[in-house]
Ligand binder design. Structure first.
Ligand SMILES: Cc1cc2nc3c(=O)[nH]c(=O)nc-3n(C[C@H](O)[C@H](O)[C@H](O)COP(=O)(O)O)c2cc1C
Length: 306
């Protein structure tokens, strides 16, 4: 089995989720933080991002912090802070499709200006105290854009290139273009990872049959739909309802301790994925959809698990 990592997912796979998931289902080989905004040079990370990278919150897990920026000085500064905390790699987000991010030329928006991304990577690879990896899409609007993008990446000594083979316009819809991943495997001299639509053991089998040289697969929604996915990929047993309940209860309890009543909204976001662990996701969706308060949430959950 290739190395398995957990995808960065804003609002979903933060440090609390990582810790509790590892406690309940065993640790994955690696984790990526949801994107962090690098502080201005000379300043510290903001409060929320500090918690995300605080080594005390990530004990025993191999965590790679991800940065969202187009400013090389700020990337290098953030990498210096992270190196002091003991991190060994830092990842650049070149995939976020959100309008506000892309509009500022960050995330997938960086792919609009390949010369700027090229110059950014030259500086970062030269000056960052930590090796830099990149998580990328294959373009903004058309698959053909990837030819020039890949050529540009291949000029840099990246720690790794994680390919989510969709264009920005797709957001998370449509079929990932495996050929672009395959082309990256063929041409890159640095390690390459695959990310996108691995939901079941069959999906992984198909990927490995097509690309047996695959050495790292990043799991995102698949692991949120089914928190036992990584264990199952290793040949372990399927998810049980009791396990899901235990995982849910720990997650809710931790979020409630951190954010009080807002834990309900955090959990509703999680349920929008976890509902797929049930035969009838619609019933689960309806049970939690209108809930706003902790007592109503607890009543809905009791119904779901009964
Ligand atoms: C709600 C949500 C939040 C995400 N946040 C991030 C993020 O912070 N950084 C990032 O690189 N990708 C982010 N992604 C993309 C995922 O990391 C991943 O690339 C995507 O879900 C496709 O993989 P999957 O099919 O395994 O889910 C996010 C995706 C979703 C749906």
């Amino acid at each position: 089995m290739p190395l398995l990592s957990l995808a960065p997912m804003e609002g979903l796979t933060g440090h609390t989720f990582r810790r509790i998931h590892a406690e309940c289902f065993g640790a994955l080989d690696r984790y990526y933080t949801p994107f962090l905004t690098p502080p201005r040079v000379g300043s510290s990370f903001g409060k929320r991002d500090c918690g995300e990278v605080d080594p005390a919150n990530n004990q025993g897990l191999d965590v790679v912090p991800q940065l969202l920026t187009k400013n090389a000085d700020e990337f290098v500064w953030a990498a210096e802070l992270l190196a002091k905390m003991g991190y060994r790699e830092v990842n650049l987000n070149v995939g976020c499709p959100s309008g506000t991010v892309v509009g500022k030329g960050r995330g997938a928006g960086f792919l609009r200006d390949l010369d700027a991304l090229d110059a950014f990577l030259s500086e970062v690879c030269d000056r960052s105290p930590l090796p830099a990896s990149v998580k990328t899409r294959i373009g903004i609007a058309r698959d053909e854009e990837y030819e020039a993008i890949l050529e540009m990446y291949c000029r840099h000594p990246l720690a790794e290139l994680i390919v989510h083979p969709r264009v920005r316009k797709d957001f998370y819809r449509g079929k990932p273009r495996w050929e672009s991943y395959g082309e990256t495997l063929r041409r890159a001299s640095f390690p390459v990872a695959y990310n996108g639509d691995i939901f079941t053991c069959d999906d992984m089998d198909a990927l490995l049959a097509a690309y047996p040289e695959t050495r790292h697969v990043m799991l995102g929604r698949g692991l949120l739909y089914n928190p036992a996915l990584a264990r199952m990929l290793h040949g372990g047993p399927a998810l049980t309802l009791d396990e899901l309940k235990r995982f849910h209860d720990k997650l809710f309890c931790a979020y409630e301790g951190q954010m009080g009543g807002n834990a309900v909204f955090r959990m509703k976001e999680w349920w929008s994925y976890a509902q797929h662990a049930f035969d009838d996701p619609q019933t689960v969706h309806r049970a939690v959809r209108k809930v706003r308060t902790i007592p109503d949430y607890q009543a809905a959950i009791a119904k779901i698990f009964s």
